[in-house]
Design a protein around this ligand. Sequence first.
Ligand code: NIG
Ligand code: FE
Length: 426
Amino acid sequence: MPAPSLLVRNASSVLTLASPGTPKRGAALGDLGEVRGASVAVRDGIVLAVGSEGEMSRLLDGDDVTVIDADGGLVMPGFVDPHTHLVFAGTRAEEFEARLVHGRDYLDFVTAGAGGLSTVARTRQTPTDELESLIGVRLRRLLEHGTTTAEVKTGYGLSVEEELRHVHALRAAAEASPIDVALTLLAAHFRPPEHRDDPEPWIEEIVDRLLPAVTGPRLVSGFDVFCEPGIYSIDQCRRLLMAAHGRGLARHVHADQLSASGGAELAVEVGARSADHLGHVSDAGITALAGSATVAVLIPGSVFFVPGEQVPPARRMIDAGVAIAVSSDYNPGSSPIVSQAMALSLATVLFHLSVAEAISAATINAAWAAGVHDRVGSLEAGKQADLLVLEASDHREIAYRFGENLVRQVIKKGRVVAGRPIVGPL
Ligand code: NIG
Ligand code: FE
């Protein structure tokens, strides 16, 4: 059934995030394309226009129109989360506390076979239907917090069979969810328990068996690596990323998260869509990113959550002209948060972004990082009608009221898919 036409009216402001067909950089990051008192007209799940209520009603004249009263709230595009790892089972609450109380190091857990590898063990033991339902519940949580499109990585399988099983579970859960999902294969996440001392045989398997198995039937669109000394070296990552490139996959890099290894430079060299984390990015890395189409995905969740993780030099990056995005990095080890609003709030405080910069980073620039900018990330004519009605009338409240879910209604492709009763602006 086609979605009915929609008139979203009575907003204090519509944040359009309109951009000139490129990711936002520099001063443009602070421009939300705000139209005060505007309405939004939607037909067939697509934005027709943003303008005065009278004009928008005229555009929809003759349609069967559902009217949504924003009741003085803000209207903005659904959040795009460009970096999540939600294909996993179990929690790591114990590790979390051990890091805080006993000063244990995040990477020690990984190399000791605990940490991420405990999630690998747990996920491998989880039957596919159970895994699928865990993923489905997590996608639902994201949606309730306003994320309407998410990039989702595998990476807790670490064998050909398990990675494929996780890809299929993710595809089934995504199919059943209103969220649009961009699938990324993160087979080179941690070293598999079977190859802890030497990942070369696993790298060969990824190139020779796994990549053909996922790209033949087009099961995923992206490929990611955890580029970190002691996990996967720059040279190993380069070989993997080039093989993925050869198979038509978009490249992403976990870069310079825990040490300065030249991950950002490598991401630019291989034409990656994104370089993510970047706490230890070098000056050369910043220059390379600024002169490229690679988006720097900043992850305040893990900086907040993992003691000692370095703050990326976000202001220097913005000043240099780097296109930045923000993500939740939802995962059980370094950032178990579902909310992009929470991530952008943390980004303002920890990375000294203005609220407007952080909103741009979590919407239109996040869409560029995930390769979905032609369809989502802003409210512009011809784009998908993925939008949020928020219980706030000033965009700064989105970061200021941290930890509170301000989402009143989530509209995906012109249909209300999540929300709660209207109680008026607080
Ligand atoms: O983005 N750094 C690697 N991957 C994740 C953490 C995954 C985990 O700890 O389970 C990250 O921080
Ligand atoms: Fe990550």
